[in-house]
Design a protein around this ligand. Structure first.
Ligand code: MN
Length: 188
């Protein structure tokens, strides 16, 4: 299950782009994840996983948690291009998604080794078990589709050495991992 990467590969010169080549998209290699804090009309965190050449994306209103008992609603949104993982800035207030965006966390993820080592299959099955290697988020997580709405998933920390039932990572580490800057929480 190598995926449909021929179009992705054809459009890019991997000597020149920092984007991952198709070798980094082989089964269970490292892929990009990013979490962007987005102070739109309502503050949320956009959680994105690289799957077959795009960033599959979920808006998480309460943001990710390190507490394994927290089931954070994650509403699937449209796929974003891989380069979006670099985006920080201010979207004009009258534009779609107007408000400030920072890269709140970024790194690589791998699928859990005991799972189907194909993220698209896991995505299509509505349950993606993965390990994050970020600056703030680390260890096992699962995204699981609910039966509530077509775009409704839950983001849950697995119980492992990186689980933390005491630290609110969102308030403890509010800053951009790119610039160290913070943004307001969307109240104005
Ligand atoms: Mn957003």
């Amino acid at each position: 299950m190598g995926g449909q990467l021929s179009g992705y590969r054809r459009k890019r010169d991997f000597e020149r782009t920092p984007e991952p080549d198709d070798e980094t998209s082989e089964n269970n290699e490292h892929r990009t994840f990013v979490v962007q804090k987005h102070a739109a009309s309502s503050l949320h965190y956009d959680f994105r996983l690289e799957i077959e050449g795009v960033l599959k994306s979920w808006a998480v209103p309460k943001g990710p948690s390190l507490h394994p008992s927290h089931k954070r609603l994650a509403l699937e949104t449209e796929d974003h291009p891989l380069v979006y993982a670099d985006f920080e800035g201010r979207i004009p207030e009258d534009a779609y998604g107007g408000g400030d965006v920072i890269v709140w966390d970024r790194g690589a993820y791998t699928l859990k080794a005991d799972e189907h080592a194909d993220p698209m299959t896991a995505y299509e099955n509505g349950e993606i078990k993965f390990v994050l290697h970020g600056q703030k988020l680390q260890g096992g997580f699962v995204l699981v589709k609910t039966q509530q709405q077509h775009n409704s998933w839950l983001l849950i920390k697995k119980r492992d050495d990186y689980a933390d039932t005491e630290t609110d990572i969102l308030s403890h580490r509010p800053e951009s991992v790119v610039t160290g800057e913070t943004i307001a929480d969307g109240t104005g």
